[in-house]
Design a binder for this molecule. Structure first.
Ligand code: FE2
Length: 345
């Protein structure tokens, strides 16, 4: 049987509620008092991650969180301007990191630790943001309904427009950054016209649109759809909860451009009044805290000296599509327009 709520979530919710109550305000301070030494605006809301707890233990610095989605938090930063309490901005999408830097919200960081920990391909050339964790958006399928030999190994995303998948697809909604950056990567790779043909192909196959990746995986497990596009860590989470999950993962486009990957990362807020402390936290997340930071959510580490957790390692190595944060950021509006134009909601 599948459980929709894991015990850890319930426990951390209680801790968070207590912290908020004790502090008498909306801040989720791990230490209980507010405000803490560092204010993080985070689009990651995967429990109160152990990496932050250990950072507090190690440094004595208290970290508070405000959660929201990437674009909401960026709008909030811009609206607050010099008055923002934020020190570190954590996103789950490379396009939003690029946008935050491009819109002048992030300060450059000169750090040997970050340069040694984060490969050049996963950081801003001007050092205004650094990727911390990698997530792949790939195909998941029900093995009772699908023979993986049916997938197009050259361009698996485009191949889902083949009529043989009619009535068998489910995907994430258009408001999600994951969908938008995937489509932006298709525009970057193939040009607008071809990218639109690909998405139109999914629409012609009557794709069933759902509001989160867990629903997609549950639909696959239940057999109500055969193929979905999901972030690999949701699959890992579900599999960790239920080893009998009737879903398999397929690395997309291995004979072509590679599987679409995205970055969760962070930058120091330009108006931070504690940039040195924020830098310590950012360095920690990329180095000493990296294993816990990525492992808590079954992601791939950016730091090449850190290994992914055993479950994720068991998914095997795969060819990754190069991340083009600038393209995902710049093409975001076009991706949103494309989705609207074909009626993908
Ligand atoms: Fe997510």
């Amino acid at each position: 049987m599948r459980r929709s709520t894991r015990p850890l979530v319930a426990w951390t919710a209680v801790v968070a509620a207590l912290a908020a109550t004790v502090s008498g305000c909306g801040f989720l301070g791990l230490g209980g008092d507010a405000p803490g030494d560092l204010q993080v605006y985070s689009a990651r809301h995967y429990d109160l991650e152990q990496a932050f707890v250990d950072f507090e233990k190690d440094t004595g610095l208290k970290v508070d969180f405000i959660y929201g989605d990437d674009s909401e938090l960026l709008e909030r930063l811009k609206a607050e301007g010099d008055e923002t309490p934020a020190d570190l901005f954590v996103t789950v999408d490379a396009g939003n990191l690029w946008n935050a830097a491009h819109q002048g919200e992030l300060a450059p960081v000169d750090s040997e630790v970050l340069e040694a920990s984060v490969p050049a391909e996963y950081q801003d050339p001007e050092n205004r943001w650094f990727g911390l964790a990698l997530r792949a958006r790939t195909v998941a399928y029900n093995p009772d309904a699908v023979d993986p030999a049916e997938f197009d190994t050259q361009d698996t995303y485009a191949g889902l427009g083949d009529p043989k998948w009619k009535g068998r697809l489910c995907m994430r909604d258009s408001t999600e950054a994951y969908t938008q950056s995937l489509v932006a990567s298709l525009i970057d790779l193939h040009g607008r016209e071809r990218a639109q043909e690909i998405v139109q192909g999914w629409m012609d196959n009557d794709v069933d649109i759902m509001s989160n990746d867990i629903l997609l995986l549950e639909a696959l497990d239940a057999g109500t759809c055969d193929v979905a596009l999901v972030n690999h860590y949701y699959y890992a989470r579900e599999l960790a909860d239920n080893p009998d999950l009737d879903v398999k993962l397929f690395w997309a486009s291995q004979d072509g451009a590679g599987t679409h990957v995205n970055l969760s990362g962070a930058g120091i807020v330009k108006s931070s009044d504690a940039p040195e402390k924020a830098q310590r936290l950012l360095e920690w997340l990329a180095s000493d805290g990296q294993e816990e930071f990525v492992g808590d959510n079954h992601e791939f580490p950016v730091n090449p000296s850190v290994q992914p957790d055993d479950l994720v390692a068991s998914f095997g190595d795969f060819k990754k599509m190069p991340i083009n944060a600038e393209a995902y950021g710049q093409l975001n509006t076009e991706a949103v327009d494309l989705l609207a134009e074909v009626g993908y909601e």
